[in-house]
Design a protein around this ligand. Structure first.
Ligand SMILES: Cc1ncc(COP(=O)(O)O)c(C=O)c1O
Length: 438
């Protein structure tokens, strides 16, 4: 198939080699962040659309979170004993997702999806996990899988995204075509081996608000096959609605993973599940009563629990204002960018759900990441666009998923729109993209 190979992984900011220093941030070292803005070491300020990869829904350094973190730091940060704050946070989560019977806390989204796999396998006694092409569930060996585009799109072939993972681990994974009804037949065929189908209700690689019918059908098929449905709500949880995508679409998953917003800016992960599923943490299953191991030094540490409690308390108390405003601002921005794409007759469009969106450098419709990678403009063209956006004072993260916070007001929305329109204009004027017919 045509198109570009999957883009190289951006330089990570968690790598420092002693033998020589390589500038990982392409010159952007953030010195501080407040509200919807970040400031670099040279004193330049940008409107931030990355927000700690979607974490800072209340903006950076929100006073409520700063007070909660400082207050808990004064009282101690780690006891390796149960603490009440964890129960408060779980109660808030329980009100967001009332059909879940319990939550297990850990320290990152990757840890949460890893634990979710273990819980699903323990509950069902089956070994395979199905995930979707284009998905991202964190950097751990089990789910660090992507589609090998040399295979057939309707029954995706999987390979590991990373070196260092034994190929045998692929036997435990089944890759499904995203946003494609052929996934349902594949699930039905493998039902006896599948413990769980795990899906991001909005994929970061291709965030879209039109997948409700697909998710609903997935719910029906997994239920009729007696396979667990897991929603990876690490981005969508507490973002698209207080109850995440499950509330937005009115679809109840059997199990879900959380992170990002849940930690109020600190490291966190959590798995929530139906009562009969999460109970295997204590009791295993009838034919294998071994409890399912959780735990870890920093799991449910009081500092992250306090920050998370403050964030969720604020969001719960203000949910009737926060979510309609965020979603309306997201829709306004997406519409503005798409109008500019249409009037410049460029094969570019923005797609998203609520206050989360991405610019796709291809004409619509693009149904999946595979289609995106086949049709998108060359990486250098995209880079040119983002450099122009940055010159206009807007920071887009290296993963190019954009998020708004409660601190992005109408003025900032307009400024972001101007910056994206300027980027499109640059592409049009430079003739970097073919113009479409009217
Ligand atoms: C949907 C999804 N799942 C899992 C993860 C992994 O979370 P973490 O980076 O906290 O390990 C991410 C991170 O971006 C994510 O977007």
């Amino acid at each position: 198939m045509s198109g570009h190979p999957p883009q190289a992984v951006e330089p990570a900011d968690d790598l420092v080699f002693n033998e020589g220093y390589e500038d990982p941030g392409a010159g952007l070292y953030v010195a501080s962040a407040r509200g919807c803005r970040i400031t670099d070491e040279a004193g330049r300020t940008y409107i931030d659309l990355n927000l700690g990869s979607g974490t800072a829904i209340l903006g950076h350094a929100h006073p409520v979170l700063v007070a909660a973190i400082a207050g808990q730091a004064e009282r101690g940060t780690l006891f390796i004993r149960p603490n009440r704050i964890t129960h408060d946070l779980a109660a808030l989560m329980g009100r967001a997702v009332p059909h879940f019977g319990g939550f297990a806390f850990c320290n990152s989204g990757a840890e949460a999806t890893m634990r979710a796999c273990r819980i699903a396998r323990a509950h069902t006694g089956r070994k395979k996990i199905a995930m979707f092409s284009g998905g991202w569930h964190g950097a751990h060996d089990q789910l660090l899988v992507e589609e090998d585009y040399r295979g057939n799109a309707t029954a995706p072939r999987a390979h590991h995204r990373s070196g260092g993972i034994p190929p045998e681990m692929l036997d435990l994974i089944m890759l499904l075509p995203y946003n494609d009804k052929r996934a349902f037949n594949l699930i039905e065929d493998q039902r006896r081996e599948l413990a769980m189908v795990l899906i991001e209700p909005a994929q970061g690689s291709n965030p879209r608000g039109d997948v409700e019918p697909f998710l609903r059908r997935l719910r029906d098929v997994t239920r009729s096959c007696d396979v667990l449905l897991g929603f990876d709500e690490i981005i969508t949880g507490f973002r698209v609605a207080f109850g995440g995508a499950q509330e937005l679409y009115g679809i109840q998953a059997d199990l879900a993973t959380y992170g990002k917003i849940l930690g109020g800016g600190l490291s966190i992960g959590a798995v929530g599940a139906r009562g009969d599923v999460i109970s295997c943490i204590r009791h295993g299953r009838p034919d294998d009563p071994r409890p399912v191991t959780m735990g870890g030094t920093f799991s449910a540490n009081p500092l992250a629990m306090a920050a998370g409690r403050a964030a969720l308390s604020y969001l719960e108390a203000n949910r009737h204002r926060v979510y309609p405003e965020l979603n309306a601002n997201g829709a306004k921005l997406i519409a503005r960018i798409n109008e500019a794409c249409d009037s410049a007759r460029l094969p570019v469009h923005a797609n998203g759900v609520g206050a989360m969106f991405r610019v796709l450098f291809a004409a619509p419709p693009i149904a999946s990441r595979r289609e995106r990678d086949a049709h998108e403009a060359a990486p250098q063209v995209q880079k040119m666009f983002y450099e122009c956006v940055m010159e206009h004072g807007v920071h887009v993260g290296s993963n190019r998923i954009n998020f708004l916070s409660t601190e992005h007001g109408l003025e900032e929305i307009a400024q972001i729109g101007d910056a994206f329109v300027a980027g499109l204009d640059e592409l049009r004027r430079g003739g970097h993209l073919p113009q479409t017919l009217t």
